[in-house]
Write a protein that binds this ligand. Structure first.
Ligand code: ADP
Ligand code: ADP
Length: 207
């Protein structure tokens, strides 16, 4: 498949969880703006410090910052045949800017209702050694790694509600934008991790 793939959906929909399998299926590298921003933040770069206040408040980082980040990333040689975007684009201006950077051939929208999102986000934990994502109830970690898991600072109930309102106001309209372009494929995101993975594989196989 030529071009890039976009994984679309609300915070906590399961984009990061599903990304690994899509990378294996397509060979395209995962490009997660959330991970890139967190890395910049941990290194205390100018970009990271600028992004911090937005991330902690559950707001979107300004479009120009994100678009600059993506332009730089897409110059790297592994991005030549397209990438798997996870958490980008999140606004119509970001998607418009992306059109002059790479061709988006497929958008996979993982659909999960708001009432499930808060539980998913508040129970999310991450293994800092390999980036593996767990959930205290839905994907419990093996006991040998449990002690080192971390919780993201923005994964608390108050910030999640802010992130959900940013999603509804600024990101959801982008789903309709891609739908009108005829490249959006919706996936029911409330099944098990394996069921969602199977639905995504089917879409990718038929393209
Ligand atoms: P996103 O990248 O869209 O923000 P994640 O992949 O990080 O979402 O998933 C959010 C949380 O929900 C994680 O704790 C993950 O283990 C859990 N999760 C992911 N997919 C499912 C699923 N299908 N059912 C239940 N929990 C899930
Ligand atoms: P989640 O999928 O759980 O919302 P992410 O890791 O994708 O989390 O993003 C974390 C935070 O980083 C967002 O709440 C937002 O502040 C910022 N962010 C990530 N990607 C973008 C983007 N494409 N545009 C604007 N802000 C972004």
């Amino acid at each position: 498949m030529t071009g890039s793939i976009v994984l679309f959906g609300p915070p906590g929909a399961g984009k990061g969880t599903q990304a690994d399998k899509i990378v294996q299926l397509t060979g395209k590298p995962q490009v997660s703006t959330g991970d890139m921003l967190r890395l910049a933040l941990s290194k205390e770069t100018e970009l990271g410090l600028e992004a911090k206040k937005y991330m902690e408040a559950g707001q979107l980082v300004p479009d120009n910052v994100i678009i600059g980040l993506i332009k730089d990333r897409m110059h790297e040689s592994d991005a030549r045949n397209g990438v798997l975007f996870d958490g980008f684009p999140r606004t119509i201006p970001q998607a418009e800017a992306l059109e002059s950077i790479t061709e988006v051939s497929t958008v996979i929208s993982i659909e999960v209702p708001d009432e499930d999102i808060v539980n998913r986000i508040v129970g999310r934990r991450m293994d800092p050694e390999n980036g593996e994502i767990y959930h205290i109830t839905f994907k419990p970690p093996p006991t040998e790694v449990a002690h080192r898991l971390v919780q993201r600072k923005d994964d608390n109930e108050e910030t999640v509600r802010m992130r959900l309102s940013s999603y509804h106001e600024q990101t959801k309209p982008l789903g309709d934008w891609y739908m009108e372009k005829g490249i959006l494929h919706a996936v029911e995101g409330t099944g098990s991790i394996e069921e969602v993975a199977r639905s995504i594989s089917k879409i990718l196989t038929f393209l």
